[in-house]
Design a protein around this ligand. Structure first.
Ligand SMILES: Cc1cc2nc3c(=O)[nH]c(=O)nc-3n(C[C@H](O)[C@H](O)[C@H](O)COP(=O)(O)O)c2cc1C
Length: 198
C-alpha cells in the first residue's frame, strides 16, 4: 500500500511553492511513498466572495479528507511578521472536527518556511506552525545535523525545518544547500511515515 504524504503550502510569490515541490521530490525518493501536493485559498477582508473551488493554476485546494487519508504532513508557509501566513492558519482553524476525533494523532509532520531576511523569523515561524500540529498529536520531525548542508549553509536551513532566505525583493533563487535540505526533509518524513505505517 502506498504511504501518501500531504505536502500542504501557501505561497504568494512562489518561494514556498518551489520548496514544496522539492519536499515532494524527497518524498517520492522513498520506496512505498508518494506526495499529494495541495495549497490553500487566499483570505481577504471581503468574505462574501468565495474563491473558486479549483485554483486557476498550481496545486488543488486542500480538503479535510486529505489530512485524514495521508500518513504524514509537510506544512509550508512564508513568514508573516515571524508567524505563519493567515491562509494556512485559517485552514488549520477549520480542523477542529479532526482534532475531536484524534484523526491526526500519531502521524509524523514537518514544517518549512521562507523569509525575506536572514533573521526575519524563520525559527519562530517554524515553531508557530508546529504548535497546532502538536495539539493534533502529530509527531514533529526536524532536520538532523547529519545533513551536511545544515552546517554549510549561509542562508536558509534550520534543524526545525527547511527554510529559504528570499531577499528584499522576495525573488532570490533557492541555494543548492537550501534545495538539498528541502529534499532531505521530504525524504526523512516519508521514511518515518513508511516505518510507522508498517
Ligand atoms: C505581511 C507580510 C509580512 C512579512 N513578514 C516578514 C517577516 O517578519 N520577516 C521576513 O524576513 N519577511 C517577511 N515577509 C516576507 C515574506 O515572508 C517572504 O517574501 C517570503 O519569502 C514569501 O514567500 P512566497 O514567495 O512563498 O510568497 C513578509 C511579507 C508580508 C507580505
Amino acid at each position: 500500500m502506498t504511504c501518501e504524504i500531504l505536502v500542504l503550502y501557501y505561497s504568494r510569490h512562489g518561494a514556498v511553492r518551489h520548496m514544496a515541490q522539492l519536499v515532494a521530490r524527497g518524498v517520492e525518493q522513498v520506496a512505498g511513498a508518494a506526495a499529494r501536493v495541495r495549497t490553500v485559498p487566499n483570505v481577504s477582508a471581503v468574505t462574501e466572495v468565495r474563491a473558486p473551488a479549483v485554483p486557476d493554476a498550481g496545486a488543488p485546494y486542500v480538503e479535510l479528507k486529505d489530512l485524514v487519508e495521508c500518513a504524514g504532513l509537510a506544512l509550508g508557509s512564508p513568514t508573516r511578521f515571524g508567524n505563519m501566513a493567515a491562509p494556512l492558519k485559517a485552514f488549520l482553524d477549520s480542523t477542529s472536527e479532526l482534532w475531536l476525533k484524534g484523526s491526526l494523532a500519531g502521524k509524523p509532520a514537518a514544517v518549512f518556511t521562507s523569509t525575506s531576511t536572514l533573521h526575519g523569523g524563520q525559527e519562530t515561524t517554524l515553531i508557530s506552525m508546529m504548535l497546532p500540529l502538536l495539539h493534533h498529536g502529530m509527531l514533529i520531525v526536524g532536520l538532523p545535523y547529519t545533513e551536511p548542508e545544515l552546517t554549510l549553509t549561509t542562508s536558509g536551513g534550520t534543524p526545525y525545518g527547511a527554510s529559504h532566505t528570499a531577499g528584499p525583493a522576495s525573488d532570490a533563487a533557492l541555494t543548492e544547500h537550501e534545495k538539498k535540505l528541502c529534499i532531505a526533509q521530504g525524504r526523512r518524513l516519508a521514511e518515518i511515515a513508511v516505518k510507522l505505517s508498517a
